[in-house]
Design a protein around this ligand. Structure first.
Ligand code: ASP
Length: 439
């Protein structure tokens, strides 16, 4: 068995956290390849090293003095080195960084130093080989991740190391210029490494015991999901549930490598397994609930709409012409509603309305704002009767007015539209009926 383990920023924010991580890795010989993030927050108002680096580099790029800011970053690493009692100095590394900042090496380079330096410390602490990700993870000239070249170079390189530390978040163009993934991108690196070594599992260690059934800001201590499929995860992630970078799924998904989300602060918890498919039923009929506020509904009415061929296309063309993507389009006999993101739609609203009038000649158009969409997701729904009934009964009891219902043909999710102000109440009602009453 081979495992790739990725640790997030909060798992590596201090020497104390590093020690927990060291214990986790040493407890299992199979944890052979380690992908660290940069040091994250030690307490809630702390600043992540990545953010410190961006801010520091901004000064450098403006030609301003950045010594104080760079010293603060140095101090974060020194605190870890001292706490681990390592015989390691990053002095030379910081000289190079300072010089490159002065030469305006770019903010991608600057941000990448967070994981680069943490990787050096981690390799020293574990006695593992350090591999600079700029030598093994590649981007094309147009800035796309180059999966084929990366896999070729990385798997060849790792086939010669029993153990290695490969810093997360960055790689390089073929000419050596450093480029980062988008924020949270160390998750992607972990997945790429797991694919390259054909790992049996990709463990993603963070500060929660897995992917939670609902948002903990709305539900107090929600339970963690035990097993979730990639497709379910995608539905929930799209609706705002975050635990893993969206793009982290693709490399391992192709290879059928499961992801196990684990908690560095509670390593005994089994966490969440993210898998391709499973015969394991989820504990409850639903796997998870997620949602987002800030949608608008554009209601379009026209008598005899049902018999007018091409009406829907003309309406949607008005959105397309204005570069607005739509989320859902429920329709009736003489009505059609288009759900869009409010912030995207707001400044183009009158143009879109004029466009619909011009292209489709409706009888009336009415816009409703401040709506929320909630996704109730679960592979178990397909084989269970009455799920929708229970969702709507729960919402009715909680006095929530349902504005829109959309069940995808996959029967994997039910999307519900409610007013923004009913958002929390609706999620609580759904969680209670499916999870707390354990039916
Ligand atoms: N350190 C980077 C960030 O803060 C990448 C990561 O942690 O995954 O976004």
């Amino acid at each position: 068995m081979k495992k790739v383990v990725k640790f997030g920023g909060s798992s590596l924010a201090s020497a104390e956290q590093f020690i927990k991580v060291g214990n986790i890795i040493r407890a299992d010989k199979e944890r052979a390849y380690v992908v660290p993030s940069a040091p994250g927050k030690r307490f809630s108002d702390d600043i992540k090293v990545t953010d410190m680096l961006y801010a520091c580099y901004k000064l450098a790029a403006e030609g301003k003095d950045f010594k104080k800011e760079l010293d603060a970053i140095k101090a974060r690493y020194q605190e870890i080195i001292d706490g681990l009692k390592l015989d390691l100095s990053l002095e030379e590394e910081f000289k190079v960084i300072e010089k490159n900042f002065k030469e305006k090496a770019g903010d991608n380079y600057a941000a990448s130093r967070g994981e680069y330096l943490n990787g050096i410390i981690m390799a020293e602490y574990l006695g593992y080989e350090f591999i600079d990700s700029a030598e093994v993870i590649f981007f094309t000239e147009s800035g796309e991740f180059d999966a084929d070249l990366t896999n070729e170079v990385l798997s060849e390189r790792l086939s010669h190391c029993k153990n290695a530390v490969i810093p997360g978040f960055y790689g390089a163009y073929v000419d050596g210029r450093v480029k980062t993934f988008s924020r949270g991108g160390s998750d992607i690196t972990g997945s790429i490494v797991a694919k390259a070594v054909k790992a049996d599992v990709y463990e993603n260690w963070t500060d929660v015991s897995g992917f939670l059934i609902a948002d903990p800001r709305i539900i107090k201590n929600p339970q963690a999901i035990e097993v979730i499929t990639y497709r379910e995860l995608r539905e929930l992630a799209y609706m705002g549930a975050t635990v893993l970078h969206e793009d982290a799924i693709f490399p391992v998904r192709q290879q059928g490598i499961p992801i196990n989300i684990r908690n560095t602060n509670a390593p005994e918890d089994e966490g969440t397994w993210i898998v391709g498919s499973t015969c394991q039923k989820s504990k409850y009929v639903i796997t998870g609930i997620a949602g987002k506020k800030g949608f608008c509904a554009v209601n379009i009415e026209k008598d005899m709409m049902n018999s007018e061929i091409g009406f829907g296309r003309k309406v949607l063309q008005a959105f397309e012409e204005n570069g607005i993507s739509f989320e859902h389009v429920p329709s009736g006999i003489d009505t059609m509603t288009v759900f869009v993101h409010q912030d995207e739609f707001m400044h183009k609203e009158q143009k879109v309305v004029a466009g619909i009038h011009r292209l489709a000649s409706p009888d009336s158009i009415d816009i409703e704002s401040d709506l929320a969409l909630i996704a109730v997701v679960g592979r178990g729904m397909k084989s269970t009767r009455g799920t929708a009934g229970r969702v709507f009964a729960a919402l009715a009891h909680a006095n929530v007015n349902v504005k829109m219902i959309d069940q995808g043909s996959s029967e994997l999710n039910i999307i519900i539209g409610v007013a923004n102000e009913d958002f929390d109440t609706a999620i609580k009602a759904i969680y209670t009926i499916f999870v707390e009453t354990q039916l």
